[in-house]
Design a protein around this ligand. Structure first.
Ligand code: UDX
Length: 410
């Protein structure tokens, strides 16, 4: 039984509409509903009263100071506290600061109910696949029986099961996201170095990634990491460590490199049109065609999107921007909420090229790879392509008479 207090969302789910972009989810949900194993309701108490195990999956947004806001999880726990069955298990699925299992226990005030942590490692857009093929399942709790009961739910997945104390499980989630963000910041810094010394980041990544101690995954340079997890969790990691008297300077550096990466991309656009980012409105009169708004391909999520952060800086510098994104078409409202009031949306990828001085690739949507560069060249006013995802073939771009600048590419 899935509960949400958002009645509209539940109605949409009940009528078979999946409110998020996620490959394979429609079928999974439809099959489970048809088989009578899945239903969507709005009453948390009634659902809790019928459950042996309750997963808390509410968001933990970020407070002003970078710490995680626990008010949703506290509200959810408070709502179900008196309805839970004797001996029920409450599972923290939300990403919560170390020690939150205790917070939930205190809100529940139910000594007969066990609380365990079970962090998720799912990526948006591939969450169904990631759920069915996990590298590991982590369960943290003081009561071994409760932890084992929750572990039992995952038996069919035939994966490594790690049972720890609650604080370790909670730390694993932050440390995993922090490490992945670090890999990306590292490769972005290496890409900057490649540009400085005349090396090619693609070869460098292949060379280091094939060392199994390093691994090839999450070493793709880009416009910086974004989304609903890495930015929030990396800041929370710094904040949790500071709360406990540790200055996590390495993580601060990871975040700093990510902020610099966005600024570097803005610099690349300026350079491509022969300008410099100095003084007032240094990009006045420059027309930019931007491809991609979401924080990565395969999702419609704009949260902490590097693309929007970069476009905001370009707009502040005086550039006129027309953008296209396959999942954000017709969603100008949502984008304007992201402080990009002056952004124009185009109907197609090729449309953004019309009259543009520079075409800027920001999200790695596959359809941008298939653009005919001769068509792009004839639609543009200028001739610069800046590819923050190293998506295009530089030779194809150049043979259409355009200039190409990627990230760390020769
Ligand atoms: C992430 C974690 O991967 C997942 O385990 C966790 O549960 C939630 O956070 P998600 O936010 O969906 O998942 O996105 P992910 O695919 O990890 O990408 C995060 C960001 O890093 C994106 O902005 C992406 O473009 C960027 N990225 C990723 C790179 O720039 N280079 C890479 O090599 C990989």
């Amino acid at each position: 039984t899935c509960v949400d207090i958002d009645a509209e969302k539940i109605e949409r789910l009940q009528s078979g509409e999946i409110p998020i972009v996620e490959a394979g989810l429609d079928d999974v949900v439809a099959d489970a509903v048809a088989a009578g194993r899945l239903r969507f309701v709005t009453d948390p108490r009634q659902a809790a009263a019928q459950a042996e195990i309750v997963f808390l999956c509410v968001p933990t947004p970020q407070d002003e100071d970078g710490s995680a806001d626990l008010s949703y999880i506290e509200a959810a726990a408070g709502e179900i506290a008196s309805s839970l069955q004797v001996g029920a298990i409450v599972v923290n699925k939300s990403t919560v600061p170390v020690g939150s299992v205790r917070v939930v226990e205190q809100v529940l005030q139910r000594p007969d109910v066990e609380v365990v942590s079970n962090p998720e490692f799912l990526r948006e857009g591939t969450a169904v696949f990631d759920f069915l093929h996990p590298d590991r399942v982590v369960i943290g709790g003081d009561d071994l029986d409760a932890a084992n009961t929750v572990a039992g739910l995952y038996t069919p997945l035939d994966t490594e099961m790690l049972v720890t104390d609650a604080a370790s499980a909670e730390t694993i989630k932050y440390a995993a996201n922090g490490f992945l963000a670090m890999k990306i910041s590292f490769v972005n810094a290496v890409a900057a170095m490649c540009e400085a010394v005349g090396a090619d980041v693609a070869d460098v990544v292949e060379g280091i990634g094939s060392d199994h101690r390093i691994g090839r995954a999450f070493l793709n340079p880009g416009p910086g990491w974004g989304g609903s997890c890495f930015p929030k969790d990396s800041r929370a990691l710094v904040s949790i460590a500071a709360d406990h008297g540790y200055d996590f300077s390495m993580m601060r550096g990871v975040i700093e490199v990510n902020d610099e990466q966005r600024i570097r991309m803005v610099g690349k656009v300026a350079q491509a049109v022969g300008r410099e980012i100095v003084g007032e409105q240094p990009l006045a009169g420059v027309s930019i065609g931007a491809l991609g708004l979401t924080f990565k391909a395969g999702t419609d999520d704009l949260r902490e999107s590097p693309s929007l952060a970069i476009l905001e800086q370009l707009a502040d510098a005086g550039a006129a921007i027309t953008a296209y994104d396959p999942t954000a078409v017709g969603e100008l409202d949502r984008i304007q909420q992201h402080r990009l009031a002056r952004l124009q949306l185009a109907e197609s990828a090729l449309d953004v090229a019309h009259g543009a001085d520079v075409v800027l690739i920001l999200t790695e949507w596959h359809e941008f790879k298939d653009l005919d560069m001769a068509d792009v060249a004839s639609a543009m006013r200028g001739k610069a392509i800046v590819d923050t995802r190293n998506l295009l073939d530089p030779l194809a771009v150049k043979s259409a008479g355009l200039t190409y600048d990627g990230v760390g590419r020769r």
